[in-house]
Design a protein. Structure first.
Length: 262
């Protein structure tokens, strides 16, 4: 197999069965540095305008800091941490002048031109890394039910249907500083897939189901499939849905030269 790859990507967003959209999603390509990109999902909470203000602020902060980012000199984990900290402060300031209490999750992955990848998240929006259809790693939610899973009191499957599955242990805009978890992939490879999504998406799929869809379908097809299937499985009670998919597709190897006798 060729060691090279080409990147294909897709984003998707749907309000689900809610009356309004509070999620935000984006995939930023660096304006000056080819091959440098930032995928980010924010699940806003706090009433119609409050949640949307919070997720909008995440996107604005991320865009501004990413535009100033220089991979050859800047520290990627520090930049991602700065996105969380600055968005958190601005969302808290917004709450002072608003009737609602705006909050947001954040899940972001940064791909550098050299192929290294850095993640950061706070709350229960997730990032998944697949190699083909096999799950390599995913984020661990900052949520109440995850603490029960960690203690061995409930299983992952039970957590998905737990009545308190929507309670977070931390996110942007709260009184306490948000929890921040980092992850690092030293080198992305052909057939790697990255998925960032809100709980309105991942809630309805097992890791193996998700992996099969991501490996078999193009990013655009997988985006449409996951949204459609999550909407169907929600049975009229679904949350907002947002996701960003980046897929590294192997390049076809160069054909061997043909020898022609003279």
């Amino acid at each position: 197999m060729s060691k090279g790859y080409r990147i294909t990507a897709s984003t998707g967003i749907h309000k689900g069965d809610r009356d309004y959209q509070q999620d935000q999603v984006n995939l930023f390509s660096h304006s000056r540095i080819p091959g440098c990109m930032l995928g980010i999902v924010a699940d806003g909470m706090g009433g119609r305008s409050g949640g949307r203000k919070a997720s909008d602020q995440v996107m604005l902060t991320a865009k501004q800091l990413f535009e100033r980012y220089a991979p050859e000199t800047d520290d990627a984990p520090a930049m991602l941490k700065q996105i969380i900290e600055e968005a958190h402060i601005v969302i808290k300031l917004t709450a002072i002048s608003a009737e609602q209490e705006p909050h947001s999750t954040l899940a972001a992955f940064l791909i550098n031109p050299g192929g290294d990848c850095h993640w950061v998240h706070t709350g229960d929006s997730r990032i998944y890394h697949y190699q083909g259809s096999k799950l390599v790693h995913r984020t661990v939610d900052h949520s109440y039910v995850q603490t029960l899973v960690d203690k061995g009191e409930i299983t992952e499957e039970e957590a998905n249907v737990h009545p308190q599955s929507n309670i977070l242990m931390g996110c942007l805009g709260t009184e306490e500083a948000p929890p921040i978890t980092h992850h690092f992939i030293p080198q992305l490879r052909p057939e790697d897939v990255l998925l960032a999504c809100s709980d309105g998406v991942w809630h309805y799929f097992s890791p193996s189901e998700m992996g099969s869809a991501l490996s078999m379908l193009s990013p655009r097809e997988a985006t449409e499939f996951l949204i459609q299937k999550a909407r169907s499985r929600a049975r009229g009670g679904g949350d907002n849905l947002s996701l960003v998919i980046v897929k590294l597709e192997p390049l076809a190897p160069e054909p061997a030269p043909r020898l022609i006798a003279g």
